[in-house]
Design a protein around this ligand. Structure first.
Ligand SMILES: [Zn+2]
Length: 250
């Protein structure tokens, strides 16, 4: 495929490549995209952080969902798309990977964590909403599985998985690093994301305005398709390994 060859050529020529990933990357690992219709998880209504903090029933609803879906995430394995990105980073062809996913699969694929920003946090840790303590997820999950509706910290505050909830601000330094790298890169690639969640989808604008080449590897339409230099709609777990062969082994 000629367009893929051209993208690979741009990638080899790039001094700084930055990647943004989303839910489409992990569907092949068995983690449903809760935004796509028909999924088992579609019924879930996200609990905004204000409700979590203010209401015991909201905290219970939140933990019912999180507690029951954790098993799927914990047992999921990185797929060929995660491994391809880790290989690019290992070959020094990927400066920064920003992911909107909270499943931890980039870490488990062997991607060097210094090149990774979990912009929406992580399901693999919990944070106490009162004292700010942070522990591995299992500390709270054990309590949930033993029948505690809302696991709590030793201080009495409720544990919450360390993801960014609706209504909760992103970590300022993570957002700043993502945007600075987008502004400095000469190749920006969005993978498995429909680029509708702000403010992080703004990385595309920032990179494009700074003159970077841009590619979107996402099965669905995105608001940036017309602006992108490349758009591929094939499954990323098939496309990325082929692309990496052309970038790394050429
Ligand atoms: Zn606490």
């Amino acid at each position: 495929m000629q367009a893929l060859d051209e993208l690979a050529r741009d990638w080899r020529a790039a001094k700084s490549a930055v990647v943004l990933t989303g839910a489409g990357l992990s569907t092949a690992s068995g983690i449903p995209d809760f935004r796509s219709p028909g999924g088992r998880w579609e019924r879930y209504q996200p609990v905004p952080i204000q409700d979590f903090l203010a209401s015991a029933p909201a905290r219970e609803e939140y933990w019912r969902y999180k507690g029951e879906t954790w098993d799927r995430i914990r047992n999921a394995k990185p797929n060929a798309a995660h491994r391809a990105l880790a290989e690019l980073a290992g070959a020094n062809r990927l400066d920064l990977l920003v992911t909107q996913n909270v499943d931890g699969l980039h870490e488990r694929s062997g991607l060097d964590p210094v090149r990774l920003v979990n912009i929406h946090g992580s399901d693999a840790a919990v944070v106490c909403m009162d004292c700010g303590a942070r522990e591995p997820r299992e500390v709270a999950q054990r309590l949930f599985e033993a029948g505690t509706a809302v696991p709590s910290c030793a201080c009495g505050g409720p544990w919450k998985p360390a993801t960014i909830s609706f209504g909760q601000s992103l970590v300022a330094e993570d957002l700043e690093r993502a945007m600075q790298c987008a502004a400095r890169c000469d190749l920006f690639v969005a993978v498995g994301t429909s680029l509708v969640v702000g403010p992080i989808n703004g990385m595309f604008d920032v990179a494009a305005r700074a003159g970077a080449r841009t590619a979107i590897l996402t099965a669905s339409e995105t608001p940036y398709d017309a602006m992108a230099d490349y758009k591929f709609e094939e499954p990323v777990e098939e496309l990325l390994p082929r692309l990496v062969r052309k970038v790394v082994e050429a």
